[in-house]
Write a protein that binds this ligand. Structure first.
Ligand SMILES: Cc1ncc(C[n+]2csc(CCOP(=O)(O)OP(=O)(O)O)c2C)c(N)n1
Ligand SMILES: [Mg+2]
Length: 298
């Protein structure tokens, strides 16, 4: 935001975005003052949209893109850089912060407000129980932020919708991921797990029968049921609006899974988490673990 009225409303210096060899935007200097009316013209593919998206902060300027799967790229970079690292080593500081965060997570996992299982306990349990090579599809909602904050990833592959934008992504993505594990021998046998809230799963719950009927897909769905589209309730509160139309009246999702011909588990006590998740993972075919969760704890 400009500090005073004379400051430009938009200012860029050397704004760039390169995709591999394609220089979509290549060094734009732009100054637009308050009240100025400007046209922004260019032929197709000139980079207009990319420029505006960068100015709006929807996408980041990138002058030296690093491509491909990050683990692959990091390995190549490490090899090329060798010991000649001029950057400051921050691993001690990171380890220190990690220890603080782990202690905080352990603390939170013990919270019990009497309104359902808390997210820290759920993702601590998943960190213990999910196989190291699982493929995990996440949804969008407070449950997803909790996954990001609490789950300790080892070698799992994580699938998420672009910009974490699309609720209802998790379970359908698991259907796709499972199919891919059947097609490629190197992925064969990897466990496919999806995680969502009640709102997200509710959007595509009919697809559970797809998993049952089509090949008995071996997918375990973890459903955090807080009877709310809690992320939206949080946004309404943050904007000082009254919380409106965010409560959900749900069926029993575990029972729904059983009725579809899959296997459902229902957890109301955090002490039962590890066992229920392990039992669900052991099912050969679609299973669903419905966890009754605390809407205020994420
Ligand atoms: C298709 C679509 N519709 C609406 C939204 C907005 N949205 C983001 S999160 C969310 C609620 C998610 O509720 P739930 O799945 O129960 O997760 P919780 O926040 O309760 O953990 C909604 C409606 C969206 N991202 N995508
Ligand atoms: Mg919810």
């Amino acid at each position: 935001m400009p500090n005073n009225l004379d400051d430009p409303i938009i200012e860029t210096r050397g704004l760039a975005k390169h995709f591999g060899d394609v220089r979509a935007v290549d060094g734009i200097d732009l100054t637009i003052g308050r009240g100025e009316i400007c046209g922004f013209l260019g032929r197709n593919e000139a980079g207009k949209t990319t420029t505006i998206r960068m100015i709006l902060g929807k996408t980041q300027p990138v002058a030296a893109p690093v491509w491909r799967e990050i683990a692959t790229t990091a390995a190549i970079l490490t090899e090329r850089v060798g010991d000649d690292i001029k950057a400051q080593d921050q691993s001690d500081e990171i380890a220190e912060r990690w220890a603080i965060w782990r202690a905080a997570k352990a603390n939170r996992a013990n919270d019990d407000n009497g309104r359902g299982v808390n997210s820290a306990a759920i993702f601590a349990s998943l960190s213990r129980t999910l196989p190291e090579d699982a493929v995990i599809a996440v949804d969008v909602g407070n449950n997803t932020y909790s996954f990001g904050g609490y789950f300790e990833c080892t070698h799992q592959s994580i699938l998420m919708s672009g910009y974490l934008g699309w609720i209802g992504f998790g379970f359908p993505a698991a259907l796709g991921a499972w199919s891919v594990t059947q097609d490629f021998p190197e992925l064969n046998g990897r466990k496919v797990v999806s995680v969502s809230g009640d709102g997200g799963f509710g959007q595509y719950m009919g697809d559970f029968t797809t998993a049952v009927i089509m090949y008995g897909m071996d997918i375990t769905h973890i459903l955090l049921n807080n009877s709310k589209i809690a992320k939206i309730a949080k946004e309404q509160r943050a904007a000082n609006f009254p919380v409106w139309q965010t409560d959900l009246h749900n069926p029993s999702f575990a029972e729904f899974a059983n009725l579809c011909g899959g296997t459902g588990f229902r957890v109301t006590d955090q002490g039962d988490l590890d066992q229920a998740i392990a039992d669900a993972l052991a099912v050969e075919g679609p299973s669903l673990v419905e966890i009754i969760t605390d809407p205020e704890h994420n």
